[in-house]
Design a protein around this ligand. Structure first.
Ligand code: FAD
Length: 508
């Protein structure tokens, strides 16, 4: 030791009773809830993204249906609202569960008593490190997509989930080749009948005048500094909410509205860059003209930066490929060296109290996979509604454990409910809306008025197990009640959907 030299004090790790990781809907909801329940404790929210997600205008539409808006905000707004919340903008690099310690990218350490992991999920990319393949997940990737689309004449969209559905409908001024592995579009959300109902919307011109978004939109523009630290891996942003494309011009270079061609039951076989494609001497197909027969399809005369060969043998060129084939939970920093149970879909397994397999560690939102026996009419889907519900319920579970109380599974996990918009129609999905897990002994009742509404109920032993409602049907509350109370409806048979019978009078 050198006598007289100044003693350096190395700051020890920061400590908090509660640490939440992830500033998406799940993490922010959990933080707010904990902050309210434990006003004397500091709640630390560690998040990689410069903006956090706030839930606004929450409305319980019916017993299980809820609606709200999501706004991206600078984190100081959360701190101002909850003086006992501190937001640290940094990515968690590692967890040492035995020591209750988190390490961040900045080299800082944090010791928690209770940890809630809400790090969301990221898009599965069909191929990595291909500059022409893009996944859409957060504000930055959506913006990048927008600017690349502005120069594009044709894009290829791979995937059949909610993001792909929205994307193909929203994109204008650009040809879209849409490759899906199923027999019908939107397989996760509805059946072939509903898909048939929606398909004409892809051919019709989109209604103009999108109402202006009244909410303040915060952007990351003033936050270039923060963004720089993220741009290297691009994997840490929050997942976007349902109105991610609102106010965002998704327009290509062509003077056309919709031009979507769907290739069914196929996946990507190969992707070629222009030079590689030329050397294969294969032929790519021109965009199919409306009504052109399959066998009369022409070879494409244009050359494109990237080509996809589909498993059905067809080859298409385009400016860009959007990979929208589902998500992978962001679990890596936590599972390394810690015995956390991971589900088959890559999520952290949680029990009925949102515990992971390690004491004092909870998880919520897209990052987790429910491993309790779900109630008969509920299933997990990685949606923002469930992210909010789980964040809220996880905070309740943490609080109950702190106070030595037990807590019952929240009512929101009794029956699945989701309301959204696809192709400009209101879409309500209730319980086992696609007959999920019901085996073969269920039947469907249908009512459809082209261009107006599509109503489907899933029936088993005379009971309603699920429903899909597209359009302004006004049936959601009645059907929700019938699903929740499992009333025997056999006596009504097909009359249940007879538009001349006001079923609400019977059942409300
Ligand atoms: P996220 O919102 O992904 O938040 C995760 C947070 O964790 C982020 O803040 C991130 O920065 C942070 N993070 C990640 N890793 C780390 C780390 N190592 N250290 C620190 N922080 C970290 N759902 C619907 O219900 N309806 C829709 O219409 C809909 N449309 C969508 C459209 C798009 C384009 C996308 C991408 C998703 C859509 N979703 C939709 C899904 C919905 O956005 C997600 O289910 C929901 O946002 C999940 O919330 P979350 O809080 O679990 O995760």
């Amino acid at each position: 030791a050198v006598r007289g030299a100044a003693m350096e004090t190395v700051p020890g790790p920061a400590r908090a009773r509660f640490i939440v990781v992830g500033g998406g809907v799940a993490g922010v909801t959990c933080t707010e809830q904990l902050a309210g329940q434990f006003p004397a404790d500091e709640i630390l929210l560690i998040t990689a993204s410069p903006l956090i997600k706030a839930v606004l205008n929450f409305r319980q539409v019916s017993k299980t249906l809820e609606e709200f808006e999501v706004e991206e905000r600078p984190s100081h707004i959360l701190e101002e609202h909850y003086p006992n919340v501190k937001v640290v903008q940094s990515a968690v690099r590692a967890l040492d569960a035995a020591k209750h310690k988190l390490h961040t990218e900045e080299g800082k350490e944090y010791i928690y008593e209770n940890l809630c992991i809400c790090t969301g999920a990221r898009p599965k990319l069909i191929v990595k490190n291909n500059p022409f393949v893009l996944g859409i997940r957060d504000t930055d990737s959506a913006k990048e997509f927008q600017s690349r689309l502005a120069k594009a004449k044709r894009i290829t969209v791979i995937g059949n989930g909610g993001i792909a559905l929205e994307l193909v409908y929203e994109v204008e001024g650009c040809e879209v080749i849409w490759a899906i592995k199923d027999k019908a579009i939107g397989n996760n959300f509805f059946d072939a009948g509903a898909a048939e109902f929606l398909i004409p919307q892809l051919k019709a011109d989109k209604p103009r005048a999108i109402p202006p978004c009244k909410r303040t939109k915060y952007t990351t523009e003033g936050l270039e500094q923060e963004k720089k630290s993220l741009s290297e891996d691009g994997e840490h942003g929050s997942a976007l909410g349902p109105d991610w494309h609102e106010g965002m011009k998704l327009k290509g270079t062509k003077q056309i509205s919709h031009r979507v061609h769907v290739e069914y039951q196929c996946e990507i076989d190969k992707i070629y860059l222009q030079d590689d494609f030329v050397s294969t001497q294969k032929t790519s197909l021109a965009f199919p003209e409306n009504g052109s027969e399959e066998r009369k399809r022409n070879a494409d005369e244009e050359s494109w930066p990237v080509y996809v060969q589909l498993t059905n043998g067809k080859v298409y060129g385009s400016d860009l490929i959007v990979s929208a084939t589902g998500v992978t939970p962001n679990i890596e920093p936590f599972i390394t060296n810690n015995p956390l149970d991971v589900a088959e879909d890559g999520g952290l397994k949680v029990d009925e109290q949102m515990h992971t397999s390690i004491p004092d560690i909870f998880a919520a939102g897209d990052v987790c996979t429910v491993s309790w026996e779900p109630r008969a009419l509920w299933q997990q889907m990685r949606l923002w509604t469930q992210a909010r519900q789980m964040g809220y319920y996880a905070a309740k579970c943490i609080a109950a454990e702190m106070l030595g109380e037990s807590i019952e599974l929240d009512f929101c996990f009794e029956s699945f409910a989701h309301v959204t918009k696809f192709f400009n129609y209101k879409v309500v999905l209730l319980a086992k809306y696609n007959g999920q897990g019901l085996g073969t002994d269920h039947e469907l009742l249908l009512r459809c008025t082209r261009g107006q509404e599509y109503v489907k109920t899933v029936m088993q032993n005379g009971r309603m197990k699920g429903a899909v409602l597209i359009g302004e049907t006004d049936l959601e509350e009645t059907f929700e009640n019938l699903i929740l109370n499992q009333m025997d409806l056999s006596a009504y048979g097909e009359n249940l959907l007879d538009p001349n019978i006001d079923i609400e009078d019977y059942f409300d």
